[in-house]
Design a protein around this ligand. Structure first.
Ligand code: NAP
Ligand code: ZN
Length: 382
């Protein structure tokens, strides 16, 4: 295990030296797509719209976007086949469709899956690269401009430089990371979220919490990221009891969740994620557990591991959520997500996969494979 620098000297270093980069122009508020439609022609002429099969049509976001594009004289083509956890194969096929049609800009409408698929398509429709290059290069010859309209409340992908894709060859999820895939524009209209099923609301809200918690504790954390993370956790904590008790949320509460999710995205855009996401990818890949739920299962044991080394930081996170201790945090997660059991053989395999993930190196202290296995067994073996 790498040794942890003294907390005081670590903070001094962080306060002296960090950068903050977030190039996405964000508009927030009811009807923001329509209100800002005159900006759209500056993005391109031929808009390739990427979304999932159903929700964009039923929540009104697709109609609003199409109306706005048509009002300003833009052509559009709909690709509404994005499935949860899009794969490299799927984005290649969508990129071919976009290229053949002559797309010069990409619009993403939906949760993290359409947004991440659209980011990969923005690269692949503009330049021919192998999967290896796609996942390892940060500078591409050309990338189509991208507009993101989130309709779930968790990934914050509208303000991140990441696209997370299912990699069937490696049997996990892999990252495309480039500043060129930050969306140019993001529109946050919480009216689209009001149709979210409770299960997706919970999963995505918990993902946003995970982004804040991991971002706060990451090797690459910064004072600004920590400030934003605690603000977002505070906002989520104030809506959490209503989500937990399945009360109907007011539009103001949906706005709060969508805003917090975007803030959490800004956090990980600066800091990256850590061991929780590294382990969570296997739960999604092998067991089909939703991304946010996977993270939520793992957060309590991750925080117990962290508390042994970074008590003050874990205390600050609990305070931001107005929670007294980790038992209360665990109880809250269990009441939101329930508990599940997995076999030790599976968990050994997941620890072995996770230890090779890039975000393990972003975890401080850096856990060993045994420590990952310990976190997994404490979470899933009962
Ligand atoms: P998602 O996979 O995009 O969507 C999940 C489900 O929610 C879909 O069935 C979708 O239906 C439905 N849905 C979306 N919006 C809805 C709405 N307003 N009303 C009703 N149903 C709605 O879920 P997600 O959790 O937002 O995204 C997960 C993905 O994001 C994962 O692949 C994860 O790895 C990735 N992620 C990326 C980042 C990043 O920085 N790039 C960060 C975290 C996570 P339809 O299919 O019909 O639309
Ligand atoms: Zn996530």
């Amino acid at each position: 295990m790498t040794s942890l620098p003294m907390e005081s000297s670590r903070n001094e270093e962080k306060h002296m030296e960090f950068q903050f980069y977030m190039p996405t122009r964000v508009f927030c508020g009811a009807e923001c797509v329509k209100k800002q439609q005159d900006l759209l022609p500056s993005i391109g002429k031929n808009a390739f719209i990427m979304t999932g099969p159903k929700s964009a049509e039923t929540n009104g976001s697709l109609k609003d976007l199409v109306d706005a594009l048509e009002s300003v004289g833009m052509e559009w083509k709909l690709h509404n086949k994005v499935k949860p956890n899009p794969s490299l194969e799927e984005v290649r096929s969508a990129a071919e469709e976009a290229r053949l049609w002559g797309a010069d800009c990409i619009f993403a409408l939906g949760g993290g899956s359409p947004m991440d698929a659209a980011k990969a398509v923005a690269v692949l429709a503009a330049c021919e690269v192998s999967d290896h290059t796609l996942l390892t290069t940060q500078k591409f010859a050309e990338v189509l401009p991208l507009v993101a309209i989130p309709t779930t409340v968790g990934t914050g992908s509208e303000v991140t430089p990441y696209s997370i894709l299912t990699n069937n060859e490696l049997q996990t999820k892999s990252f495309l990371r480039s500043d060129q895939i930050f969306p140019v524009l993001a529109f946050l209209d919480a009216r689209y979220c009001t149709s979210l099923p409770a299960k997706v609301t919970v999963a995505t809200m918990v993902d946003a919490m995970s982004h804040c918690i991991e971002g706060y504790l990451a090797v690459r954390s910064t004072p600004m990221a920590q400030f934003i993370a605690t603000q977002a956790l505070d906002l989520i904590a104030s809506v959490l009891p209503a989500v937990k008790d399945s009360h109907e949320l007011s539009l103001e509460q949906w706005e709060q969740l969508l805003y917090a999710s975007m803030l959490a995205g800004i956090v990980i855009a600066q800091t990256g994620t850590t061991a929780v996401h590294a382990m969570g990818y296997s739960l999604t890949y092998f067991k089909g557990i939703d991304h946010g739920v996977a993270n939520g299962y793992l957060l309590p044991e991750y925080l117990r591991f962290m508390q042994q080394h970074r008590q003050a930081d874990v205390g600050a996170l609990l305070a931001a959520m107005a929670m007294a201790n980790l038992d209360e945090f665990q109880h809250t997660m269990e009441s939101l997500l329930g508990v599940t059991t997995l076999g030790q053989q599976d968990l050994k395999k997941y620890a072995a996969i996770a230890i090779n993930a890039g975000n393990i190196k972003n975890t401080v202290p850096e856990p060993t494979e045994d420590e990952l296995y310990h976190m997994l067994t404490k979470t899933f073996v009962r």
